[in-house]
Design a protein around this ligand. Structure first.
Ligand SMILES: *[C@@H]1O[C@H](CO)[C@@H](O)[C@H](O)[C@H]1NC(C)=O
Ligand SMILES: *[C@@H]1O[C@H](CO)[C@@H](O)[C@H](O)[C@H]1NC(C)=O
Length: 280
């Protein structure tokens, strides 16, 4: 008993976060895809209480029926439907056996295999699942997408660096949001996060830097939060395409999938300030 309590606090100190948050995970590429599993591994290793509910896509093996589970690990589940439905079932049904009907502390989606920037945001299943959580279920949420593509199966061994790096980066941002305290995000907000490619100078999680961005070009939009010497944030596309290893973090408005207003950007900036840098 004493030993495990010590272990738990040691892990809590080590990761510097609130210990054991309830995290509901979904994605667009299917439960058997590797990026979502590397992220799942990273969250579990950090001591979180994670339930995965993803689309059944790419049914390797026979899967009939509406929902199903990995028989040796009931926290890994598939829903034979769209990402939004997998998120909805995960929150309303699948997780109830683990959390006694409590909502997740946070919902995460992805990392998607391929970017979800600007014009693709409204059509993205990864974003749709996160927006469902924030808008319909009132659960703070983050959508992650990675520019390095090529879908891999969950049991690819060894996992390539891109999967491990994206999983670790997604875990770090999730922990930063949790460590910022409740409410973890303003209401009707989701974060749209895009990782650049893993490769070249950007091969380890520590090589990457986080930049506050906006989803769409802000030509006629009201000013953004005052940050990095101006009131117009860079677009997420310009951040991810910038030379270097920059990750875009956009504050999304879950009512319409556009950039959230300045007041909500300011709250996220305050929460994540220590993590964020300015584009050079
Ligand atoms: C099911 O879970 C077991 C135990 O965690 C794991 O070894 C196996 O790879 C999983 N299979 C799938 C398809 O998730
Ligand atoms: C999807 O299915 C194809 C063929 O059945 C297989 O080669 C591939 O590895 C699968 N991908 C995943 C992510 O399971």
């Amino acid at each position: 008993m004493r030993f495990s309590t010590f272990m738990l606090s040691a892990i809590g100190l080590f990761t510097g976060t609130s210990f054991g948050a309830r995290i509901l995970q979904s994605n667009d590429d299917g439960w058997a895809e590797l990026y979502v599993r590397s992220f799942n591994d990273a969250l579990n290793a950090a001591g979180h209480d994670v339930v995965l509910s993803c689309p059944a896509d790419n049914k390797s093996g026979s899967r009939s029926g509406a929902i199903g589970t990995n028989t040796t690990n009931p926290r890994l589940n598939w829903v034979n439907s769209y990402p939004v439905t997998a998120m909805r079932f995960g929150i309303s049904t699948i997780s109830t056996q683990f959390w006694n009907g409590q909502l997740p502390d946070i919902a995460v989606s992805g990392p998607n295999v391929g970017s979800n920037l600007w014009l693709s945001v409204p059509f993205s299943g990864t974003v749709g699942a996160a927006v469902y959580a924030a808008h319909e279920a009132g659960v703070p949420s983050i959508a992650f997408s990675g520019a390095s593509d090529g879908t891999l199966a969950w049991n690819t061994s060894p996992p390539p660096a891109r999967s491990l790096v994206y999983g670790e980066l997604a875990r770090r941002l999730t922990d930063a949001v949790l460590a910022s305290g409740k409410p973890y995000l303003p209401s009707e907000v989701w974060l749209n996060v895009n990782f650049p490619e893993v490769g070249g100078e950007c091969t380890k999680a520590d090589d990457f830097k986080w930049v506050l961005s906006r989803i769409n070009i802000g030509l006629f939009s009201a000013p953004d939060v005052n940050h990095c010497g101006g009131t117009r944030l860079p677009t997420e596309t310009s951040v991810v395409n910038h030379e270097g290893c920059f990750i875009s973090v956009s504050v999304g408005d879950a009512t319409d999938k556009t950039t959230a207003p300045e007041e909500k950007q300011a709250i996220v900036l305050q929460k994540l300030g220590n993590l964020l840098t300015c584009l050079p």
